[in-house]
Design a protein. Structure first.
Length: 428
């Protein structure tokens, strides 16, 4: 009898704890939400709002996810692969049945600020509302005005293809309770207006941390390691740290070089390739010079972690000689016999490989991607005919690519660990 009573009390205690936990999760998922006001018909956009919204949509690179290849602008349908399954971007056109045609401005603001759809469903953070939550209400209304001005497209939203239990709203509610809280951008009074504008663009609208921050096992970015670099899930591209002089930090860059990278994708110090090339192509090249300058000021102010001490490399002479021969046959004509880079006709810039930070990253993933698939800077107004590096994946084996990459990482003063054929296979 006593044992049964003990078990009953334990079961009640557990039930109470579960109820308290469920209540806490529910409260955390509605905390900070403004009451919904008005309906779709009550929102009247001004031409100035629509124009500003178009600019903000560029700054946020909304089309990159919400426009499928070959599809109508902002009609959704594009699959975004995550470690938990595939999330499909939604239709943002003003279609009444399948888009946001019946949404109110308050419902759109709630989606941006709180990650909740018009019907109350919780949104998956593949839509980066953990960053967008800091967008101002005025900017959210301008984005809404722009999207409402688009041509309506009837295209039913595709259901997400997520594995259990990630496909449950309850699981998402727990994730949000642990890793998300709505907020607003708080200007730093000790900083200039330009610095604060840059911080706002980088941290919220530009959602740079979505790629340039590490993620934990649950897919949440680690706020304590803001912009410290991370491997982009399932793409195997490494978004280098913006707070490291050895990776992508720009503290020692000139304002002109930072602006050139964001506006044209190419500077004498490096080129935007891979996912960053897409960002420059679809977003940053269109930003006003004042916003580019603001982002540069903020990025240049980030505290820089010191570079790692050079490693003592053990060089296999035969492997080094083989890599050198591959480099001579495939790379030296553009990048120079000693990796010094150079320039070609029509202003073509061949990036130097000696001391290049992409080459020296601790992870060789980006270098392997470039050798295998080629390197293609974005087409921009400032560089309308960029010179791309051809892919060598079809003509070289994994072992040869590993030897070539190892040679580049260990020559002309470069001192990065060698690359294995397994590394190449994994990156492919």
């Amino acid at each position: 009898m006593r044992a049964r009573l003990t078990w009953t009390r334990a079961a009640l205690a557990v039930a109470v704890l579960l109820l308290v936990a469920a209540g806490l999760v529910a409260w955390l998922n509605v905390a900070g939400e403004d009451p919904l006001v008005g309906d779709a018909g009550s929102f009247v956009a001004t031409p100035e709002q629509v124009a500003r919204g178009a600019y903000l949509a560029r700054a946020g690179n909304c089309a990159a996810c919400h426009t499928d290849r070959g599809g109508a602008a902002f009609a959704g349908g594009k699959g975004i692969a995550t470690p938990f399954g595939t999330v499909f971007a939604s239709n943002l056109t003003p279609d009444a049945k399948t888009g946001i045609g019946t949404w109110s401005a308050s419902q759109f603001w709630r989606a941006m600020h709180n990650g909740r759809s018009a019907d109350g469903r919780l949104l998956y953070p593949a839509f980066p509302y953990p960053n967008f939550t800091e967008i101002t209400r005025a900017d959210a209304d301008a984005l809404f005005a722009f999207l409402r001005s688009q041509v309506p497209v009837t295209q039913v939203n595709r259901p997400h293809a997520l594995r259990f239990p990630y496909d449950l709203q309850a699981s998402l509610a727990v994730w949000r309770a642990m890793f998300f809280s709505p907020g607003v951008y708080q200007p730093v009074v000790e900083r200039s207006v330009q610095w604060n504008r840059g911080a706002y663009l980088v941290r919220s609208l530009g959602h740079c941390a979505a790629c340039h921050s590490p993620r934990n096992a649950f897919g949440a970015t680690r706020d304590s390691l803001e912009l410290s670099g991370g491997l982009i899930p399932l793409q195997n591209w490494y978004a280098p740290s913006l707070a490291s002089s050895a990776e992508a930090g720009v503290a020692d860059w000139s304002n002109a070089d930072v602006a050139a990278l964001l506006k044209t994708g190419l500077t004498p110090r490096g080129a935007a390739l891979g996912p960053m090339s897409e960002v420059v192509f679809g977003s940053t090249q269109y930003l006003h010079d004042s916003d580019i300058a603001a982002m540069a000021e903020f990025l240049k102010s980030l505290p820089q972690t010191p570079p790692h001490a050079p490693v003592a490399l053990r060089i296999d002479k035969d492997a080094h000689a083989h890599g050198q021969a591959l480099y001579k046959d495939h790379c030296a004509a553009c990048h120079g016999a000693d990796g010094e880079g150079g320039s070609g006709p029509n202003g073509v810039v061949y990036v130097p490989l000696a001391g290049d930070r992409k080459v020296l990253l601790e992870t060789p993933a980006n270098l392997i991607h470039i050798v295998v698939n080629g390197g293609f800077p974005p087409t921009t107004a400032g560089d309308p005919r960029p010179y791309g590096m051809p892919p060598f994946g079809p003509s070289l084996t994994d072992a040869e690519i590993a030897l070539l990459a190892s040679y580049v990482r260990g020559s002309w003063g470069n001192a990065a660990p060698p690359v294995s054929a397994l590394d190449v296979l994994d990156a492919r």
